[in-house]
Design a protein around this ligand. Structure first.
Ligand code: SF4
Ligand SMILES: [Zn+2]
Length: 335
């Protein structure tokens, strides 16, 4: 389900981007704090594969991850993963991102998935593992690989919004809420947890509309039964429709104050962990405030995400908050 006019524009930008960028071969990894009933050390591995199937043919309006993908063989993928895992000692939670779908066998075969899970078992302190996938690749057959894994499996799905209208006309995601619900049901039946990723400020929405959509989507996702909610504020990635609009002054990444408001508001309304690990914070291409308070507000968001304690958000202040409030109110009349 796509908006043909939007899809054609995205395809054109994608074709030019794919011709220009080469991709990266090795895995990138780091440690960060996260929340599994308590604050825990988490490891993040970005694992290059062939890349997202939808992203290669067209893709989402904000996503340039496909340019980092690389035609790695299954042996290389496994080798890169094991090398990264070796450096991530002392973690309880492992998050694997392949900038596509872990359960798309064109990216990661079931045999490689099993070998990845088996390698994780050797690190016994890891209690939960997150892999990401579009809903269409979540099937009972694909999830059979999970039998190899001793830890709890969680699948992160980029639902982005519970509005089919916004997902189709602003994000070009090419799946529906029904597709998400079907995948969620399969996960639940297989004992797999689901984390819903929600987008903060897709293009063509005002700041106020974006805040409203993020909050409403989180409540909907919670009611549907997701186990965790993670907000991704848009950052302007190369060769994307978002970058095209941004260069023309027609798109701005969200304010960090908007992310704070969303987290505070959602935390009061749902009983599952609410998280955000924004990237490119404080940069022109990432979520930002005035520049003076960006790192302080970012730390508040990170500490809140790792502890689920709203005190880290409540105490934040800066002169620019009034400017943000005024812009949120005024912008709605400009549309
Ligand atoms: S956001 Fe996800 S589904 Fe969309 S193009 Fe990027 S990797 Fe693919
Ligand atoms: Zn400020």
């Amino acid at each position: 389900m796509v908006n043909q006019a939007l899809n054609e524009v995205v395809q054109k930008i994608r074709k030019a981007g794919l011709a220009k960028f080469k991709g990266r071969s090795g895995a990138t990894f780091w440690k960060e704090k996260d929340f599994l009933g308590k604050e825990v050390n988490a490891g993040v591995v970005i694992l290059p594969t062939l890349g997202c199937r939808w992203g290669r043919s067209s893709g989402c309006t904000m996503c340039g991850y496909v340019y980092d993908s690389y035609g790695s063989s299954q042996e290389e993928i496994l080798h890169n993963f094991k090398a990264a895992l070796k450096s991530l000692d002392g973690i309880e939670y492992l998050k694997i991102f392949n900038s596509g779908s872990f359960f798309d066998s064109a990216e990661i075969t079931q045999d490689t998935a099993r070998k990845i899970f088996s390698a994780i078992n050797a690190q016994s302190e890891i209690t939960q593992v997150q892999a990401e996938s579009r809903p269409e690749f979540i099937t009972e057959d694909a999830l059979a690989a999970k039998d190899e894994l001793q830890a709890i499996l969680e699948i992160g799905i980029g639902l982005e919004t519970t509005s089919d209208y916004i997902r189709e006309n602003c994000i070009n995601k090419n799946f529906t809420l029904e597709d998400f619900k079907r995948a969620l049901k399969i996960c639940k039946n297989s004992g797999v947890k689901v984390k819903a990723y929600l987008l903060v400020k897709p293009p063509f929405l005002s700041e106020k509309e974006a805040i409203g959509d993020a909050i409403a989507s989180a409540i909907d996702a919670y009611k549907l039964g997701v186990d965790r909610i993670s907000f991704n504020p848009v950052n302007v990635q190369r060769a994307t429709l978002v970058e095209y609009l941004w260069k023309r002054g027609e798109y701005n990444p969200p304010w960090l104050w908007s992310v704070v408001e969303i987290l505070e508001s959602v935390k009061k309304k749902v009983k599952v962990p609410v998280l955000s690990h924004p990237t490119a914070v404080g940069k022109r291409r990432g979520a930002h405030n005035c520049g003076e308070c960006d790192s302080k507000v970012y730390s508040g968001i990170i500490n809140f995400s790792a502890t689920q304690q709203s005190k880290y958000l409540k105490n934040l202040s800066c002169e620019c908050k009034e400017k943000w409030e005024a812009q949120v109110e005024l912008e709605q009349f400009e549309h």
